[in-house]
Design a protein around this ligand. Structure first.
Ligand code: ADP
Ligand code: ZN
Length: 601
């Protein structure tokens, strides 16, 4: 059996090796065991039920929450010559009838269904008469109220374990939080399942956080070097999303907006165009989420700070599913923290407010961290690392530290002088001796601290205040618009008894430059051939009415442009080229590679 699954891995999917823990999971499911699989996005969960579906008798039933997700999975399987289809509300009665026929005739390996359809009594009855290979439950956290994406239609799935005692169930999620995981097992009745929790690291994603000054300009400068790449820009409000998308389009970028306020049709159009590489950049609220299975998203930008580390990690995780170098960039400003706080504190539910504030604080701490970003993220999920990662802004360009005792003293005493009743912006105005109306109205220009900080720029002061808050010298009262107050720890600083060591403000341009990773396709010589292969892929995909990644992944095209296979045998040895795709596309791609090599020889 093990040799068998290895054979299937290569001939059907075109892959040479299993990733951890795919082999073990597949063997267990083939043996009829229940499995609960926790693996980060892009880890390779699909193979864990797709290969058993091919090795066990009968049809495998796959539960998936979104039609778009199902469709991509089915297209990808069919491209590999697997007999798969889906059953959802978009099918006509005649189409449904055809699927039923295939099920009865035993000519299907995998059937994707929406949960509400699966649990309909007559459908369950139909299944009871058939041989079933397994049940696979994708996005299993949707069953848990604890999770971030509860879907009532998932609740019923808990009955499957009892209704079909002899059919193995594979439940999958990328959810990191242990409470939710426990709840999923309970809800699905999978107490006896083999549990696999894969590591949460996504080593191919480079994390960068930069201070937010002129976000539109910063974003445009980031995007300019990445015009051919696909990416997502997340912003918090619909209004902001519309604005950013419009500005990007005006600046000549291929960008579109996506949020819950747009008509269904428009959302669908944007999502499809993005999948087909017709639109490069989607500017979106969190509403643009689970439906994106696109493996070649090269960057995710957070234009605004997300509300929790969980959401941040999940959103950045949409980059680089194909394993190629990808980027996560966050713009972080003090204003964001204030907005997020006030939104949270609007709620009447005290317990919720408390939890959400904690989550927000963790997010802020991450953004302000002066240690490796990946270490901070993984530590948050309970995975402690000893070493830096070499693939984040902090590792690439460690912040310098400086003795900020004098500045800290000025800052703290100015907070005190204005009566601990004002936010950072105003205190900075006073420190810098700004002649703004508000300062004059309040006669704060008469304070002893007026103008004592004119030697530093507003940006430098912001950096200092942020760290003073972060280190606990200052507290921000969010019920009073972020008014700053002194904490007990401020006292010894004011008296000159403690030293305050802070990180030097980072040179934004330099940070961006240093952490700029080579984008997915590699460089120079390979790049030109890659572009040609990419164009060929797009042509083939459009003609077949599927997204380009269904034809070949970026990773496969990169390998082709590097190794330049000369015949079918060499082409087959490339990752992602299975026998079906070799037959269908082999000649076209070999011709393109040959023509290119002649052209440049
Ligand atoms: P998940 O569902 O966990 O987010 P997928 O199953 O969609 O991840 O897999 C992510 C990507 O990794 C896909 O492009 C898939 O083809 C690829 N992949 C999965 N397993 C392997 C493997 N063993 N070798 C090479 N690529 C793989
Ligand atoms: Zn790092």
């Amino acid at each position: 059996m093990p040799d068998n699954i290895q054979h299937t891995l290569k001939t059907v999917f075109g892959f040479h090796e299993f990733r951890a823990p795919q082999r073990e999971v597949i063997e267990q499911v083939c043996d009829g065991r229940d499995v609960f699989l926790v693996m980060p996005t892009g880890g390779g969960k699909s193979l864990c039920y797709q290969i058993p579906a091919l090795h066990r008798d009968g049809v495998a039933i796959v539960v998936s929450p979104l039609i778009a997700l199902m469709k991509d999975q089915v297209d990808a399987l069919v491209a590999n010559g697997v007999r798969a289809t889906c059953l959802n509300s978009s099918l006509s009665p005649a189409e449904v009838g055809r699927v039923f026929q295939q099920m009865d005739a035993g000519t299907l390996d995998l059937l994707y269904v929406a949960p509400e359809r699966l649990m309909m009594p007559d459908f369950l009855e139909r299944l009871a008469t058939l041989k079933l290979a397994l049940f696979a439950i994708d996005e299993a956290h949707c069953i848990s109220q604890w999770g971030h994406d509860f879907r009532p239609e998932y609740t019923q799935l808990g009955r499957l374990r009892q209704l079909f005692p002899n059919v193995p169930v594979v439940a999958m999620t990328a959810t990191a939080d242990p409470e939710t995981r426990k709840d999923i097992l309970k809800q699905l009745g999978l107490e006896n399942a083999k549990v696999h929790v894969a590591g949460f690291d996504r080593p191919n994603i480079a994390y960068t956080v930069i201070p937010k000054h002129k976000p539109l300009a910063q974003l445009a400068s980031f995007l300019t070097g990445r015009r051919d790449e696909a990416g997502i820009v997340y912003a918090l409000s619909r209004k902001r999303v519309d604005l950013v998308a419009e500005r990007l389009r005006a600046a000549g970028f291929s960008a579109a907006a996506y949020h819950a306020g747009l008509p269904d049709q428009e959302r669908k159009r944007v999502q499809d165009a993005f999948r087909r590489d017709d639109i490069r950049i989607v500017v979106a609220t969190v509403a643009f989420g689970m439906g994106i299975d696109k493996p070649n998203v090269r960057f995710v930008v957070h234009y605004d700070m997300p509300k929790s580390v969980e959401s941040y990690y999940q959103e950045t995780g949409r980059a680089g599913r194909d394993g190629l170098p990808s980027e996560a960039l966050m713009l972080f400003g003090m204003g964001d923290v204030m907005t997020a706080r006030s939104l949270i504190e609007n709620s009447d539910n005290a317990e919720r407010v408390r939890i959400e504030l904690q989550k927000l604080n963790a997010m802020v701490a991450y953004a302000e961290a002066l240690t490796c970003r990946r270490r901070a993220l993984l530590a948050y999920f309970g995975d402690q690392r000893e070493q830096g990662c070499d693939n984040c802004d902090i590792c690439n360009d460690p912040p310098q530290r400086f003795d900020a005792s004098e500045s800290a003293k000025k800052a703290l005493s100015c907070v005190y002088r204005v009566g601990e009743r004002f936010g950072a912006r105003h205190v900075i105005d006073v420190l810098r001796g700004a002649k703004v109306q508000r300062v004059l109205d309040l006669r704060h220009n008469e304070l002893s601290t007026y103008g004592i900080g004119a030697d530093l720029s507003a940006v430098e002061w912001e950096n200092i205040f942020r760290q003073l808050i972060h280190l606990g010298y200052l507290v921000q009262d969010f019920t009073r618009y972020g008014a700053l107050g002194l904490s007990p720890a401020a006292r010894p600083v004011l008296k000159g008894e403690t030293q305050v060591i802070l990180g030097l403000p980072r040179d934004v341009a330099r940070t961006e430059e240093k952490s700029r990773r080579k984008s997915g396709a590699g460089e120079g010589v390979h790049r030109a051939l890659f572009e040609e292969l990419r164009a060929l892929r797009k042509q083939i995909a459009d003609a077949a009415g599927v997204p380009p990644f269904v034809v070949f992944s970026d990773a496969t095209l990169v390998e082709m442009s590097k190794t330049r296979p000369g015949d079918m045998r060499e082409l087959l040895s490339i990752t992602g080229v299975g026998e079906q795709k070799l037959r269908k596309y082999g000649t076209a791609f070999l011709d393109a590679i040959r023509a290119y090599c002649h052209g440049t020889a």
